[in-house]
Design a protein around this ligand. Structure first.
Ligand code: F6R
Length: 613
């Protein structure tokens, strides 16, 4: 969470930072701020009006001093300290000659503050981050250069962080460091750059480098040098870039979410194409696990958070059904702290759009520590998870900027299903004919999602009728349960409507007590072996006064007849239905959120990338 940008050597560093911050805003938008360095002084501007702070900075730009050498900027998702201006980054030291921006959490900040306070430092925010500015002040006073001061300071920090710092002592230098939270470096035509994210630098340069854990960089207009915590020189490591800037723009859509909903067929096609051949064989290019290693796998544990976790639920069903592989699903943040029993016969698949989610990352490390083999299933090439895992499965969805996951969720499901087919063939648990058939059905998914998207206006008109809804219950069984969970999450996070998802069969074990006249129930009632049972569950809630919305197959008149509102999708083979059935629920949440005037790309309290626990 939080976006960081640093620039040195540009004619107009402020403009470069503002452009980059606009591309980074999806990482957090509680506040934003910039510092410029030059003329032996710092110029700082910050604002904390949620989602609008960048506008304030833009308005302030004409009043900024010119001829400044460099600057750092930040867009914040608040952790320590409320989302108010005094807690907005950049933070300064006591002298006002050092400024820092930070992403992550400094776990021992209280302890460090006590020492600094005893030395006479005073703080002006409630953040954990500010401590770094004062530690730098102390080291600079001891005679260190900025990068060396940051190296000494990093040695004292516990936690996960990405940091960039400037000072009036060396106005052309940006010092940067990281541990777990990502930070990348760039260089072009006498301009040095630092950013938390590739998206921020694509418009400026494609010559990018990655910084590893506990490395400290000194970025100047025409040079970048990197040292380790031990002070020894490290090599600059080039970074692979898979996207272009155009892909990170709205392209005439009202918002990124709507663009990304429409991009799902393409994202699915790109994820599947070239990986399934006409004869039904599969090829997963970055899997990096040999056939012998895969043969040795006796159990798969799928981990993720939020929508990624819900994608894992569909993955588990596919692994069990086609590959006859024992499979479990775990929320990464819980898995990490359990005493999970893992060994070298266990494969842990960590699913994460960003490849940065700190819970998933630490869970993957924990799995490795316990001897399991690991795969990262991610959308971001060379992301933290991709670099850490033994093998990688890349979704090829392109950048997902809207905070609520849409195309990445759909591609995660499809790629897990493709992986299940891959394992099924390898383990001989499906006949070649069945494998061919399954491959062709998987390849038909983009077209089916496209047909669901063609019905978006129908879905939006149901959303309009439900715009005032208060409480919604999502019911599903088997593959439909994961869809129900994801549908409820979308409605919560975008429309701020209380929404709960239950396996439909569980209702009568308690939650049905909540159903009364006016309750809204969304049931996933697509054709499959449990449709009759879902219909019985629908009857139970209808009998108690619920308004029922069904997601069902087109031409399924019997199911439509029991519903108050219908969200039709094209008929899809049961196990493959989640990537299609989720489309009307994305649209439902989008429509209700828009009707309520909510910002669908930047819902309150959220950030796209979750780099804190
Ligand atoms: C919800 C959503 C989140 C993410 C979760 C994990 O729409 O996007 O629930 O799925 O924060 O993020 P990644 O996939 O980046 O690990």
């Amino acid at each position: 969470m939080c976006g960081i940008i640093g620039v040195t050597g540009a004619a107009d560093p402020l403009q470069v930072m503002l452009d980059a911050l606009a591309l980074l805003e999806y990482r957090g938008y509680d506040s934003a701020g910039v510092v410029l360095v030059g003329d032996n002084r710092l110029w700082r501007k910050r604002d904390a009006v949620r989602g609008h702070s960048l506008e304030t900075l833009r308005h302030a730009a004409p009043g900024a001093p010119t001829h400044m050498s460099s600057g750092i900027g930040h867009t914040r998702w608040a952790t320590h300290g409320a989302a108010v201006e005094r807690n907005a980054h950049p933070h300064c030291d006591c002298t006002g000659r050092v400024a820092i921006v930070h992403n992550g959490i400094i776990e021992n900040y209280q302890e460090l503050w006590e020492k600094l306070a005893a030395e006479g430092h005073t703080r002006s925010s409630e953040t954990d981050s500010e401590v770094v500015a004062h530690l730098l002040e102390r080291e600079l006073a001891n005679g260190a250069g900025l990068a060396e001061a940051l190296r000494r300071c990093v040695a004292e920090l516990r936690g996960d962080f990405a940091l960039a710092a400037v000072s009036t002592h060396e106005p052309k230098v940006i010092a940067a460091a990281r541990r777990t939270s990502p930070l990348i470096l760039g260089q072009v035509d006498g301009i040095g750059l630092v950013a938390s994210d590739i998206a921020a630098l694509l418009g400026t340069t494609r010559t990018l480098y990655q910084l590893e854990d506990d490395e400290i960089a000194e970025v100047r207009p025409d040079s970048i040098s990197v040292v380790g915590l031990d002070g020894r020189d490290r090599e600059l490591k080039p970074l692979k870039v898979g996207w272009d800037l155009v892909a990170a723009r709205r392209d005439g859509y009202d918002d990124f979410m709507s663009k990304e909903i429409h991009e799902q067929p393409r994202a699915l096609a790109d994820t599947l194409m070239g990986r399934i051949h006409a004869d039904g064989t599969t090829e997963l290019e970055d899997l990096r696990l040999t056939e012998v290693e895969l043969d040795g796998i006796e159990r798969v544990v799928l981990i993720g958070c939020g929508s990624a976790f819900y994608a894992c639920l569909s993955g588990r069903i596919a692994l069990e059904h086609w590959a006859r592989m024992p499979a479990e699903v775990e929320i990464a943040s819980e898995f990490r702290y359990r005493d999970a029993v893992l060994g070298e016969q266990t494969l842990v698949v960590a699913v994460s759009q960003s490849g940065e989610t700190v819970d998933t990352f630490h869970a993957l490390r924990e799995a490795q520590r316990r001897g399991a083999k690991t795969i990262a299933l991610t959308n971001v090439v060379d992301s933290l998870l991709a670099r850490e895992a033994d093998g990688v499965l890349y979704t090829r969805a392109g950048p997902e900027i809207g905070v609520a996951s849409t195309k990445c969720h759909a591609t995660q499901i499809a790629l897990l299903q493709l992986f299940a087919l891959h394992l099924a063939r390898q383990r001989g648990t499906i006949e070649p004919e069945e494998g061919r058939d399954l491959a062709s059905r998987l390849l038909a998914l983009p077209g089916l999602v496209d047909r669901a998207i063609a019905r978006l206006d129908d879905y939006f008109s149901v959303a309009d009728r439900l715009a005032e809804v208060q409480d919604v219950y999502f019911l599903g069984r088997h593959v439909g349960y994961g869809v129900a969970l994801e549908g409820a999450l979308k409605l919560k996070e975008l429309a701020y409507v209380r929404a709960e998802a239950y396996p439909a069969g569980e209702m009568k074990h308690g939650p049905i007590a909540l159903i009364e006249e006016g309750a809204v129930v969304v049931a996933i009632a697509t054709r499959g072996r449990l449709l009759e049972k879902v219909m019985a569950n629908i009857a139970e809630v209808k009998a108690r006064g619920a308004t029922v919305v069904v997601v069902c197959d087109e031409y399924d008149e019997a199911t439509k007849a029991v519903a108050d509102h219908v969200l039709e999708i094209p008929a899809v083979p049961e196990l493959l239905s989640p990537a299609v059935a989720i489309v009307p629920l994305q649209a439902l949440a989008y429509g209700v959120a828009r009707a309520r005037g909510n910002d669908v790309d930047r819902p309150r309290n959220l950030a796209k990338v979750v780099t804190v626990e």
